[in-house]
Ligand binder design. Sequence first.
Ligand SMILES: NC(=O)c1ccc[n+]([C@@H]2O[C@H](COP(=O)([O-])OP(=O)(O)OC[C@H]3O[C@@H](n4cnc5c(N)ncnc54)[C@H](O)[C@@H]3O)[C@@H](O)[C@H]2O)c1
Length: 277
Amino acid sequence: MKDPLGYSGLHVVVTGAASGMGAATARILVQLGARVTGVDVKPTQAPVDLVIEADLRDPDSIAEAAATINGPVHAVFSCAGLPGGAFPPVDVLLVNFVGARHFVELLLPKIAPGGAIAAIASNAAMGWQLQLSDLMELVTIDGFGAGKKWCEENTQRMEPDAYSFSKKVLNAWVASRAATLITEGIRLNCINPGPTDTAMMPHFVEHSGAQIVDAFVGPIGRHSTAEEQAWPLVFLNSPRSSYVNGETFTTDGGFFGAVQTGQLDLASLFGEAGQQT
Ligand SMILES: NC(=O)c1ccc[n+]([C@@H]2O[C@H](COP(=O)([O-])OP(=O)(O)OC[C@H]3O[C@@H](n4cnc5c(N)ncnc54)[C@H](O)[C@@H]3O)[C@@H](O)[C@H]2O)c1
């Protein structure tokens, strides 16, 4: 079969295209014959067709980027992200959820039925369903300004930390917004990666400690590469995946499955720190 994933000639938008999983996704999509628009706050080196510099913490910058992109857009890959630790909690929430969602919502009029959106959450969001009522408070607040205000007023409630909370909110948004978007023929999914060797990894090690990062590795015994996360994203947004929607796809080498079936014990894995995760 020629073009098995069906990307040839499609126009796709990739945020976070300057680095890591976003850059890997952009490169793969170019190879699959898509026309790729890369969006990032940093300069993008991947060989995309159009580069747009935009800051997901800034609603004007997001609006300008969305206005610059000509439709139709067939798929959006929302890969940009900020780790916790060195960055202010509100910035982490803005980049990982509020700004990312705002960008997608502004692009929707340019996405035709049959289009798809895929985002990157994290297996640090494990157990997000147990916090659903807290998460839905932010998910159901429309718009950048009101979302930012909620984040500024609720940093103390971001359990266990701003980064994990941002990824939990993202899972909840995907699960709920997918149900309304599909009535317009547009799909929405996300992946939940385990530890992946990108520019973000040293931030995780410095902030959480190597012991915590290693604890999230699980039975596969190694970190993921950026490409090993890019391919599941490419699969989710492919027109061939037309019945996959609202999926919060775990891409962590079997870590979550081992936890769910009692083969990994979180408390002993994480030790003292595990009480907070
Ligand atoms: N690396 C991991 O172990 C891991 C694990 C689970 C999930 N994730 C998530 O995967 C996604 C990709 O991260 P990565 O690991 O490839 O890291 P990365 O640092 O290599 O890439 C993140 C990209 O986001 C961009 N970005 C940051 N702030 C931005 C802003 N204000 N506006 C626009 N773009 C901005 C950066 O410039 C960078 O190009 C992120 O959402 C991250 O949270 C990473």
